[in-house]
Unconditional design. Structure first.
Length: 352
């Protein structure tokens, strides 16, 4: 096989496949040379004994680079580790998540109540002030969502601190995690604002692009709301997957003492070629969160003929369901950062 063909073949393989292939004794001298060049290009260094086989050039000696170490873990194994840590420290993560959920719940409920008051005022006002009232309602609702998102980011930071303590064998408790976040509160807040802005940008761009694509390219005159929602949801999932490349920025700030800018670059570097892990984390969290949030309302519809559950109870149950699911993705991001940055870290005595 020509060198160009070998180069293309090795470039198409994953890190795991290249590492396994480098241990084979059946490669020609030309194939070994191309393989070693590809390993060097990816920053992967393999321990090997130069006397075992003839090498076209000096053998690369050293330890696996951090990205290569993380790449050797299968997504299923990683998710199993996240689930195990969540289960073993369930009460701790519940305590770290509940305040954020409560703040978000109160903020959104108050925003809805204020929105209803403005809507009643809209019915009494003329068309002159109607647009202004609509703007006020939108701003109030967005303010409630913003407060909930900020609280969620702070919860994410405390979970990162908890994972750092667990990985180093220290006792993880709420006060200690909160104290660590307080020590990095300025970069944590700046990063939280940046992450919230990215999420809102994905939602806005997905809505605009989805609507434009649907009305002007797909159906034009035959508009279908369900198809439009499917297009927007697909675009949002793709956008959130891209944003998840920066999910390791929060643990980089809390555990790695990085500044916001360097934390974003560090996260992008550590999540390179980790699309499957990121996608599974997002899918399990978003889908699980959606089911948990909607389940009380689905049950209420089923029981409507027998009992009418109050709306506040359904909303509270919905938020409690989200509380049980939300930590999973945060634990996953923090654990992924620890694995990439400290491959020798252990959890409950078991190396991760």
């Amino acid at each position: 096989m020509r060198t160009a063909d070998l180069d293309g073949t090795y470039r198409s393989k994953s890190d795991d496949e290249l590492i396994i292939l480098s241990q084979s004794d059946g490669l020609s001298a030309e194939a070994q040379l191309v393989l070693h060049n590809e390993l060097r290009r990816r920053g992967i260094v393999i321990d090997a004994d130069a006397s075992d086989r003839e090498e076209p050039e000096p053998t690369l000696v050293g330890k696996l680079s951090q990205p290569a170490v993380a790449a050797t873990y299968a997504a299923s194994e990683f998710l199993a580790a996240v689930t195990r840590i969540y289960r073993e420290h369930f009460v701790l993560f519940l305590k770290l998540t509940l305040p954020a959920v409560a703040i978000g719940y109160v903020a959104i409920i108050l925003a809805r109540q204020e929105g209803r008051e403005l809507a009643r005022e809209l019915l009494r006002q003329g068309s002159v002030s109607r647009n202004l009232i609509f703007l006020k309602v939108a701003l109030i609702n967005n303010a409630g969502q913003f407060i909930g998102g900020l609280a969620s980011c702070l919860s994410f930071a405390t979970i990162c601190a908890a994972i750092g303590r667990i990985s180093s064998g220290r006792v993880a408790h709420v006060s200690g995690c909160v104290r660590e976040v307080r020590e990095h509160i300025r970069p944590v807040l700046r990063l939280s604002l940046l992450l919230i802005a990215l999420v809102w940008l994905v939602i806005i761009v997905s809505g605009l692009v989805g609507a434009g694509f649907f009305f002007f390219v797909v159906t034009r005159e035959r508009a279908n709301v369900v198809e439009l929602q499917a297009i927007i949801l697909t675009l949002m999932c793709c956008g959130f997957l891209l944003v998840s490349r920066f999910g390791l920025a929060m643990p980089a700030v809390v555990l790695g003492n990085c500044k916001v800018r360097s934390a974003m670059f560090r996260s992008n570097e550590l999540t390179e070629r980790r699309w499957l892990t990121l996608a599974v984390l997002l899918l399990k969290s978003v889908l699980g969160g959606y089911v948990s949030a909607m389940l009380p309302f689905w049950v209420a519809i089923w029981l409507w003929r027998y009992v009418q559950l109050p709306s506040w109870f359904l909303t509270l149950s919905s938020y409690l369901g989200v509380t049980l699911v939300e930590p999973f993705m945060f634990i996953g991001f923090a654990l992924l950062y620890v694995r990439m940055s400290s491959p020798e870290a252990t959890f409950s005595g078991v190396q991760v």
